[in-house]
Design a protein. Sequence first.
Length: 165
Amino acid sequence: MIGSDRVGMSDRVPYRGRRLRLRSWDYATPAYYFVTICTYRRMPLLGRVTDGRMRESEAGRIVRRVIDEFERTEGALRVFEVVVMPDHVHVILELLPVERPRTLSGVIGAIKSISARRINEQLGRTGPVWQRSFADRIIRDEREFEAAVAYMRDNPRRWSEKYGP
């Protein structure tokens, strides 16, 4: 079942002055999460949008492969949707109830670390690939799940409208 305890704005705590995390939430809790990971300085490293369709670069394909591999080998999560955009990635995932659970930050940190190392190797570059943190939303019900999927799938079209073909 998708869902969790209701939480209010008073439960939110600022993260580095900009991000929010729920103070009352244990981020190792089995639940569904909508996560957005942005590239360092919003570099359009992961591909380009042409005519409302995302064309992943080699870096974008690396990120997608790392997420797929992590899901297969880790066993602590299930990935439902991945949308790679030029400067960010959206993922809907479920942390599963396992004996030794990982936190959401641990999962995203591992994905970012592995993909950054592979991207830098592939492109023959050094330096950061990802911003330091990530945005997340706990998906509380089926309606929120469907809305997140729709938002993600429509992202390339909105990108084209905003930035052109």
